[in-house]
Write a protein that binds this ligand. Structure first.
Ligand SMILES: CC(C)(COP(=O)(O)OP(=O)(O)OC[C@H]1O[C@@H](n2cnc3c(N)ncnc32)[C@H](O)[C@@H]1OP(=O)(O)O)[C@@H](O)C(=O)NCCC(=O)NCCS
Length: 152
């Protein structure tokens, strides 16, 4: 699927919040998204389809030469069409151009789609936080910390 990747801004927050709901049990609302996007060290990129509808986004935060993925999501009806891959590739390249040398992220060990996405983009597991995610009556789930070196 072809998509255009653009910087996301405050005006995109409602569409971003609607998409975040399709991907997370505890989604971020418009205010939380705006709050993050207002920070100078936050990079927010959004994918738009041919009808200019927002179909996914990614947010990262940079400190010195290290970055972390805060969130990435593709609209539920647009999954497995390369949207997250495109967003991640753009983010990695822009972050590298902004001087980042390492990108980190944290992901639930059972989130197969996300773990595979990250591995496909060269992320490697560097540590595991046992029982990090406590979800109601469900058994606790480990968090994987993954990292990728951003080459010159
Ligand atoms: C994880 C997520 C962002 C992937 O988005 P996507 O746009 O569907 O991913 P892509 O189409 O770019 O897929 C890229 C690669 O990721 C992996 N992948 C994506 N979805 C997958 C799935 N359902 N099962 C297995 N692998 C999957 C594959 O390796 C895929 O490459 P391939 O299609 O060549 O096999 C999406 O499933 C999502 O929004 N999930 C809910 C939010 C979430 O969990 N975010 C990550 C939190 S850490």
């Amino acid at each position: 699927m072809s998509a255009h990747i653009l910087h996301a801004g405050s005006l995109d927050a409602p569409a971003m919040a609607a998409i975040h709901k399709t991907g997370f049990a505890h989604p971020w609302d418009e205010g939380a998204l705006r709050n993050l996007m207002d920070k100078p060290n936050c990079l927010a990129l959004a994918a738009f389809d041919a009808q200019r509808e927002l179909i996914g986004f990614v947010m990262t935060r940079q400190a010195d030469d290290e970055c972390e993925v805060l969130t990435i999501v593709a609209n539920s009806k647009n999954r497995r069409a390369g949207i997250a891959s495109l967003l991640l590739a753009h983010t990695l390249e822009l972050s590298r151009l902004r001087g980042a040398k390492l990108m980190f992220l944290e992901v639930a060990s059972g989130n197969t789609a996300a773990v595979k996405l990250y591995k496909k983009h060269g992320f490697e597991e560097i540590s595991r936080r046992a029982g990090y995610y406590q979800q109601g009556r469900n058994a606790p789930e480990d968090a994987l910390v993954m990292a990728k070196q951003l080459n010159e």
